[in-house]
Design a protein around this ligand. Structure first.
Ligand code: NAP
Length: 263
């Protein structure tokens, strides 16, 4: 199976590295084209994959085409892919663009996927949704690709903007928590490097235990909140400051922005 990538940016790099790490294919089975030559040359040099002369050559050579450009570049990118695209499987990681609009621009069978930057460390959480003309076999192929960089969940396409708002943009929210938590550590006297280490490991440990225990986060929180204790004092401040409501509003804002980008 030959994989073609249109767009040679961050998410392409993460997926290419994941595919190669999982030995799903060899570097020569991946061909990529992009707009600016320098980053493309760096990507091909560092991963050993091939650069296509243009988008049309990538589409000619590959059976499965991964579209990884920004939403506003989609129309131009698909226009330059040539009519061979109508016989291929198009996998889009583009925010906001519906399978129906991508199918009408390209004529291809479409599967949408929404990974996140966890893909760079092989721990993305990816949602996938098939377009109307994608087959069960198409969905399975796409599942395989994204399982190479983490876990995969199949959802209805109508929930895609919600996924963008939560797990697509989500790593940025967690980085903000890590930064803020370590700022808190520095404010009470910890050296910056110690505070950052503790913040990262705390987030990591909490995520791993939430996954392993399968317990609801409210229960996990209660387990470490003794009456009139330190955690209760801190949680009181976070609730007073509206942290929970801020997260709900943030996810809604990202979902609405994803809807706007799709229009
Ligand atoms: N990064 C993430 O975590 C993430 C997660 C999920 C989904 N996504 C989605 O994935 C898409 C790509 O994101 P990204 O972070 O990888 O963006 P990026 O780093 O900006 O990469 C986009 C790439 O597409 C290239 N490009 C633009 N127009 C093109 C065209 N007509 N033909 C071929 N290549 C073209 C760009 O070239 P230049 O170098 O000239 O700009 C750039 O290399 C976006 O729609 C984003 O919403 C990203």
């Amino acid at each position: 199976m030959k994989y073609g990538f249109i767009g040679g940016g961050r998410i392409t790099r993460a997926l290419v590295e994941g595919l190669l790490r999982a030995k799903l294919c060899l570097p020569q089975d991946i061909i990529v084209s992009s707009r600016s030559p320098e980053p493309l040359a760096l990507l091909t040099k560092e991963t050993g994959i091939r650069a296509g002369k243009n988008n049309a050559e990538v589409v000619q050579e590959a059976e499965l085409i991964l579209l990884a450009v920004k939403p506003w570049d989609v129309a131009a990118a698909l226009q330059s892919c040539g009519e061979a695209l109508s016989r291929k499987l198009l996998v889009s990681v583009v925010t906001g663009k519906s399978a129906e609009s991508l199918a009408s621009l390209s004529g291809a069978r479409v599967v949408r996927a929404m990974p996140n930057t966890g893909a760079m460390a092989g721990v993305s959480t990816t949602a996938i949704a098939p377009g109307a003309s994608a087959s069960i076999a198409d969905v399975e192929r796409v599942r395989q690709i994204f399982e190479a960089v983490g876990s995969v969940i199949e959802i209805k396409e109508s929930l895609f903007d919600a996924v963008v708002g939560m797990s697509g943009s989500g790593p940025a929210y967690i980085y903000l928590i890590i930064e803020a938590l370590s700022d808190g550590g520095v404010a009470v006297g910890l050296p910056r490097s110690v505070a950052l280490h503790l913040a990262i490991q705390t987030v990591r440990g909490a995520a791993i235990f939430a996954e392993q225990s399968g317990l609801h986060p409210a229960l996990l929180r209660e387990m470490i909140t003794s009456p009139a204790g330190t955690t209760a004092a801190a949680l009181g401040v976070l609730e007073d400051e509206g942290m929970r409501a801020a997260f709900i509003r943030a996810v809604r804002a990202a979902k609405e922005r994803s809807e706007e980008l799709g229009r």
